[in-house]
Design a protein around this ligand. Sequence first.
Ligand code: HH2
Length: 285
Amino acid sequence: MSRTRAARDTKRAGTPTSGSGPVLIGILNVTPDSFSDGGDFFDPESAANHAATMLDEGAEIIDVGGESTRPGSDPVPQEEEVRRVVPAMERILAARPDAVISIDTYRAETAAAALEAGAAFVNDVTALRGDPRMASVVAETGCPVVLMHMEGEPKTMQREPHYEDVVREVREFLAQRADYAVASGVRPENVIVDPGIGFGKNLEHNLALLRDLDVLVGLGFPVLVGASRKRFIGTITGVEEARERVFGTVATTVLAYEKGARYFRVHDVRANRDALAVAEAVLRA
Ligand code: HH2
């Protein structure tokens, strides 16, 4: 067994999904066009430096993505996605061999390349619908997978999203996708579900999902929330600049934690870590 593979398997066995308490996932967008930090970490060295900072600030997982899924974005070719994420991951793992890395992709080939390079998690915004081979890659590797709800696709998803009952529909979708994952050989304890804040949802939909997050927690899988710096926070606060939406983001993190969410995918690790530490202390007092 290669050293990378041995280290990776040890990490998978001890992934934070098996513990308790909130888990912060630091976002690393190796893209030129992400909505809040596009271009900032496009070269492997700045990506690795930023990952190290987020790990030092309290992130337990680094989520590496090579394609923006912001509203209106276009897909990038699969080979280009691999060219972006794998060198960044290798650089991170060379500097921090214990880092737990998640790969943010819906493509099986990209996931397989990232897992081979040492990733321990797959974050699939299409919940295994984007590529028919993704479920078997995840099942064969035995790694945790995030199944996210998205209505439509990034290019068009924010054009008048519509639901009869957004919470019920998202719950049903996630239950079905979890069933599909398990039927495809993914272990139930490796399934994480995510309402997909901002993915085919207007302000009202996002607020309903955050308010009723306990309904999704009731599915019995750990819940991940990715609200960091998103548009709806700017709509509420009037903060136009995405990277300045940290205070609004922290409010979503604390409320979601109180409702039972377990994973928090954030850009600003330190602010969310401190907020979660205080929230956890109060809830456990
Ligand atoms: N949000 C984004 C990307 N990936 N994955 C999960 N599981 N949940 C999310 O809410 C989520 C996600 C979008 O945010 P970001 O990565 O900051 O932007 P971009 O897609 O423009 O790179």
